[in-house]
Design a protein around this ligand. Structure first.
Ligand code: KE4
Length: 413
């Protein structure tokens, strides 16, 4: 397998050392093949928000297994999960399930273009919308640029219509619209960035994008693959009170099994085949096992107090991390929203990807290794976010903060 992994970030290339091979996970913990236990702050990159292998999710899957693993035909579980998503997420009146966030984002871009008849799209430097060609764009310098392929194999023709702007920079977006009149189908963004490290929207940024897209007859799309059901039950759009036209989802709604989704206004979604002419399909889309895990996960999350607990756990964690670094006189800036957190090892503030690059990635690599040795598993990259779960109790948070204090001290030496 290239690099020995099924997804590049797992290979520890940016933090050094060899990746940890997991054997099993449960609650807030992961065990490697040598029996070492870690407090896990990746949670499978988001899905394990109720804790790994939650007994009620496992039991529901065991029951569903008896009825088969995949039908290739409609099943009522799809409608049950669809109803939960529609009820929870303000922008979603209609939803289509796919098998990954990448599939959700590539499909939503096709829909944006089909609905508006326009080809250009605006994304932000540092935001990640899966690995479909159109989104693998080198962030340009200056206010914005036509995309240049980041990866070999991505033809320039594919990214020629992908425009980029710095995150939190409304003026740059205004300029793009001015330079490309009636040619931009929409703006897609992570409403809270988790793929350039953790970057939050500045006051007025999301509102400004909502107004700008409306003004130019373009669509506003929130990529909530990571923030969906994590920063609140209704996602970032519910938390910030800004309703996009379309939303992509993944991770949490699959409860650990492969599920992605895109949804939004019925008027737009009606274009998706077979209701409309825009084609998109998938053999395993809506399969009963993945739907079962998603339904049970959302049931658990919708229980009274879930998000208050997640918020309290996560803000206690990040405050402790910031204090630990300051005690060790190590420059740090960071924050959290809901069950998502992140920090950069630099003075800050970090408002966009350019400023994120000021983080001391080498020092982060040393911190990552020191924390692993103390039984804490952080994302193996300075440009990722951290994820907590309902299973992270005070004991795990305190143990984690002690490991940070000891690790920061060891870095100072
Ligand atoms: P997947 O195709 O990996 O399911 O989803 C792509 C995607 C789309 N949009 C956002 C906002 C995302 O965060 C992701 C996937 N996130 C990464 C973590 N940075 C997945 C981990 C990985 O690539 O292995």
């Amino acid at each position: 397998m290239p690099g020995g992994v099924s997804s590049p970030v797992r290979a520890f290339r940016s933090v050094g050392g060899q990746p940890i091979v997991f054997d099993r996970v449960k609650g807030p913990f992961a065990w490697d093949v040598d029996g070492n236990r870690y407090i896990d702050y990746i949670g499978s990159w988001g899905p394990a928000i109720c804790g790994h292998a939650h007994p009620e999710v496992i039991a529901a899957l065991q029951e569903a297994l008896e009825k088969g693993t995949s039908f290739g035909a409609p099943c009522e579980l799809e409608n049950q999960l669809a109803e939960k998503v529609i009820e929870a997420v303000p922008s979603v009146e209609m939803v289509r399930f796919v098998n990954s966030g990448t599939e959700a984002c590539m499909s939503v871009l096709r829909l944006m273009r089909a609905f508006t008849g326009r080809d250009k799209v605006i994304k932000f430097e540092g935001c990640y919308h899966g690995h479909a060609d159109m989104f693998l764009v080198k962030a340009g310098s200056g206010v914005a640029t036509l995309g240049l392929p980041d990866s070999p194999g991505v033809p320039r023709s594919t990214t020629a219509n992908t425009l980029t702007a710095p995150y939190n920079d409304l003026e740059a977006v205004k300029q793009l619209f001015a330079e490309n009149p009636d040619a931009i189908c929409g703006v897609i963004l992570e409403p809270v960035v988790g793929n350039a490290g953790f970057i939050t929207p500045e006051p007025g940024f999301l509102e400004g994008l909502r107004e700008l897209t409306q003004e130019h007859g373009a669509l506003l799309v929130f990529d909530e693959v990571m923030t969906g059901f994590r920063v609140s039950y209704g996602g970032a759009q519910a938390r910030f009170g800004i309703t996009p036209d379309l939303t992509t989802m993944g991770k949490v709604i699959g409860g650990g099994l492969p599920v992605g989704a895109y949804g939004g206004k019925a008027e737009i979604m009606e274009m998706v085949a077979p209701a409309g002419p825009m084609y998109q399909a998938g053999t395993l889309s809506g399969n009963p096992l993945a739907m079962t895990a998603g339904i049970k996960t959302l049931e658990l999350l919708s229980q009274e107090g879930s998000y208050e607990k997640l918020e309290a756990t996560t803000s206690r964690l990040i405050e402790g991390i910031l204090n630990a670094a300051k005690e060790a006189e190590i420059p740090i800036t960071g924050s959290s929203i809901g069950a998502m957190f992140g920090f950069f090892l630099c003075e800050g503030p970090v408002r966009n990807f350019e400023e994120a690059k000021a983080t001391d990635a080498e020092l982060f690599g040393k911190l990552h290794r020191a924390m692993l040795e103390r039984g804490v598993y952080l994302a193996p990259s300075a440009f990722e976010a951290g994820f907590t779960s309902l299973a992270h109790s005070d004991a795990e948070i305190e143990a984690t903060l002690q490991a940070f204090r000891d690790s920061f001290a060891s870095l100072q030496a």
